[in-house]
Design a protein around this ligand. Structure first.
Ligand code: AHM
Ligand code: MG
Length: 331
């Protein structure tokens, strides 16, 4: 490691030291997610040259075909965390039910939620994809075998969240409530190095990201908002939509702007899952000075009713999200 560089391990230890009551449990969890992400990153990078591209023989809980790498990434995330003695259960976009800690391992107080490989339909065309995660504490007084109910907590209860983007470089972006920090993987030494401390999203930005093919299915306020963006010549908005949430989100976090996946006629609650996608990214954006809403409520205030619940997601710079809300309120 270069002199003066801070790797993830050092960063977490120093962050932990700032909180004398911290036990280090949490540091171990984040490091384990980082470990899983390095393995996933390696597989994603060689996806074009090994026979791993293509569909697995299974369909996930949403009726979508699972890609082989989805299944692989899901297993790596589970294996990285199940034995630590820090978790009482996990929930993943790729699993119908709560994932229990195997009997042979002790249980801890945390719950992990994750989308192991978001945007995986983009793998075959070599577009950036990502892993999204969130950590909650089990609610007070809950004992016994963890079940769905344990996960029915609003995003405000998240104790840490983040994502990994497998892009031109692999980056982990993480927050435990004390700023948002980005770490870039140095593949030559296999270490995440702090490259983007205290990330902040600009108050307003030029980018809007939405799948406009759905225009005629959106509600009136969403259509009006997008028309407003397009006709706002002095702000010079520009459209950018990859169709890979982590990549779209990451770009907008750095440059400013808004990402929208609203509900529409066909998918009333949009497409993105509250627990695995919306809430962790909403936690990151709020800690970076931005906003996230479903058009009515802050994403972080929504109490999930089911594990795989979907929510409309409008997320990004304050100015653009507030403008969207004004259209929703008819102002
Ligand atoms: P996935 O979790 O099955 O990969 O799907 C989620 C992805 C997001 O990454 C992306 O923002 C969205 O689907 C794109 O949807 P669409 O193709 O409808 O625009
Ligand atoms: Mg996803």
């Amino acid at each position: 490691m270069e002199k003066g560089a801070t790797n993830l391990n050092r960063f977490l230890i120093e962050e932990q030291r700032a909180f004398p009551e911290a036990t280090g449990d949490f540091t171990m969890l984040i490091e384990s997610i980082a470990f899983a992400s390095k393995i996933i990153s390696r597989e994603v990078n060689k996806a074009g040259i090994v026979n791993i591209i293509g569909k697995a023989q299974s369909v996930n809980v949403h009726g979508e075909e699972q890609q082989k790498l989805d299944v692989y990434a899901d297993r790596k995330m589970i294996e990285a965390m199940d034995h630590l003695g820090k978790l009482c259960a996990m929930a993943s976009e790729e699993n119908d039910e709560v994932i229990q800690v195997p009997k042979e391992y002790p249980k801890g107080k945390y719950l992990a939620v994750f989308d192991p490989l978001d945007g995986s339909s983009n793998i075959d065309v070599n577009i950036s994809i990502g892993t999204i995660f969130g950590i909650y504490k089990r609610q007070d007084g809950e004992t016994g075998t963890p079940c769905c109910k344990d996960f029915m907590q609003p995003g405000r209860k998240i104790v840490a969240a983040g994502y990994v983007i497998y892009g031109s470089s692999t980056m982990m972006v993480y927050s435990a409530g004390n700023g948002v920090h980005g770490f870039t993987l140095d593949p030559s030494i296999g270490e995440y190095i702090l490259s983007h401390p205290y990330m902040k999203i600009p108050e307003t930005g030029k980018i809007y990201s939405i799948n406009e093919a759905n225009y005629h299915k959106w509600d009136e306020p969403t259509r009006k908002f997008v028309e407003h963006i397009k006709n706002h010549s002095e702000r010079e908005y520009t459209a950018r939509y990859i169709g890979s949430l982590v990549a779209d989100f990451h770009r907008n976090l750095l440059k400013g702007g808004v990402f929208l996946y609203p509900g529409d006629e066909k998918n009333k609650r949009g497409k993105l899952r509250l627990l695995y996608e919306c809430a962790p990214l909403a936690y990151i954006i709020e800690n970076a000075g931005g906003m996230a809403t479903n058009g009515v409520q802050d994403i972080l205030d929504i109490v999930p009713e089911t594990l795989h619940q979907k929510e409309p997601l409008i997320i990004g710079s304050k100015y653009e999200v507030e403008t969207y809300l004004k259209y929703q309120r008819g102002e």
